[in-house]
Design a protein around this ligand. Structure first.
Ligand code: GDP
Length: 278
C-alpha cells in the first residue's frame, strides 16, 4: 500500500479527477439518494434512476443497461445509494475499458507528428501546452507549430504537435483547412500525421456527438481528448461517446493546469463519476 500521507502522482491525480468530476458525481449522487431513501425498489424507481442517468448525458443505451443491472435481484428490496453507485461504476467501466488506450509515440517516426483538431474554444492550445510539458518530462524532444516539419526533422525532435484552426462555419471549410495542413506535412513526411487527436469540450454536451461525426469524416481522427470535465454536471457524455464511436480516448482534462490533464483510465474515471470515494 502507498503511504497515504505522501501525495504520490497517482494519488494526486485521483484527487484531481474526483474533484474535477464532482459536479457530475454530485448531481448523480444527490438525485439517487433522494430516490432510494423513500421506498423499496420498483419499476417506477428504476425509471427515475434511468432519468437521472440520462440527465448526466450517459446516453440511452448505457442508462438503460445500468437501470436493468440495478434492478436485477433487487425488486421489492430496500437499496442504498452505494448499491447504485457500485453498479454505475461497474457498467461505466465496461463501456470505457476498450477505449481507454494510451497514445503510443512510435520512436521509428521522427518526428512523430500529432495533428490536433477541434472547434475553437474546445481547449486545443491549452491541451497542446499540457501535452508538450508531459512529453518533455518523459524525455521527448518536443516541437510545436504548423510550419515546423522541416525544422523538427533537421533538429532531430521526436514529437511534433501541430495546432489547427477550428473556425468552422461549414464542413467544406473544415475540410479545406485540414487538407491544406496535411498537404504541407506530407511534403516532408508522406506517412504523417501519425496521430490525429480530436479535442472535445465536455461542456457542449450532446453537441460533442456531432463534432465527432464531422471530424471523423474530414480529419481521420485516431483518438479523443476530452477537456473541461470539471465544468459540467453532464460528464457522462464521455461514456455516451465511447459507447457510440468506440474511438480511443487518450487523455482527459479536469482543469486549466498542466497537472489537470492525464492519461485516461477506465476504472478511475468510472469510480470518480459514480462518486466512489477511494
Ligand atoms: P482552442 O481555441 O481550442 O485552442 O482552446 P483554448 O486552448 O484556447 O481553451 C479555451 C479555454 O478553455 C481556455 O480558457 C482554457 O483555459 C480552458 N480550458 C482548457 N482545458 C480546460 C479544462 O480541462 N478545464 C477547464 N476548466 N478549462 C479548460
Amino acid at each position: 500500500m502507498n503511504d497515504t500521507t505522501s501525495d504520490t502522482p497517482k494519488l494526486s491525480w485521483w484527487r484531481r479527477l474526483s474533484a474535477g468530476l464532482k459536479r457530475t458525481s454530485g448531481a448523480l449522487g444527490t438525485a439517487v439518494a433522494d430516490l432510494v431513501t423513500k421506498r423499496k425498489l420498483d419499476r417506477a424507481m428504476l425509471e427515475e434512476i434511468e432519468d437521472v442517468l440520462l440527465r448526466a448525458d450517459l446516453g440511452t443505451q448505457v442508462a438503460a443497461r445500468i437501470a436493468q443491472a440495478v434492478g436485477a435481484g433487487r425488486y421489492d428490496k430496500a437499496i442504498s445509494a452505494d448499491d447504485v453507485k457500485n453498479v454505475v461504476a461497474t457498467e461505466v467501466e465496461k463501456v470505457l475499458k476498450p477505449v481507454a488506450k494510451p497514445l503510443e509515440i512510435d520512436a521509428a517516426r521522427k518526428p512523430f507528428v500529432i495533428l490536433v483538431v477541434g472547434v475553437n474554444g474546445s481547449g486545443k492550445t491549452t491541451t497542446i501546452g499540457k501535452l508538450a510539458a508531459k512529453f518533455a518530462s518523459e524525455g521527448h524532444q518536443v516541437m510545436l507549430a504548423f510550419n515546423a516539419m522541416t525544422a523538427a526533422r533537421e533538429q532531430g525532435r521526436d514529437v511534433l504537435l501541430i495546432d489547427t484552426a477550428g473556425r468552422l462555419q461549414n464542413k467544406a471549410e473544415l475540410m479545406n483547412e485540414l487538407e491544406k495542413v496535411v498537404r504541407v506535412i506530407r511534403k516532408v513526411d508522406a506517412s504523417a500525421p501519425h496521430a490525429v487527436l480530436l479535442v472535445l469540450d465536455a461542456t457542449v454536451g450532446q453537441n460533442a456527438l456531432s463534432q465527432v461525426e464531422a471530424f471523423q469524416r474530414t480529419a481521420g481522427v485516431t483518438g479523443l481528448v476530452m477537456t473541461k470535465l470539471d465544468g459540467t454536471a453532464r460528464g457522462g457524455i464521455l461514456v455516451a461517446l465511447a459507447e457510440k464511436f468506440k474511438l480511443p480516448v487518450h487523455f482527459i482534462g479536469v482543469g486549466e493546469g498542466v497537472e489537470d490533464l492525464a492519461p485516461f483510465t477506465a476504472r478511475d474515471f468510472a469510480r470518480a463519476i459514480a462518486g466512489i470515494e477511494s
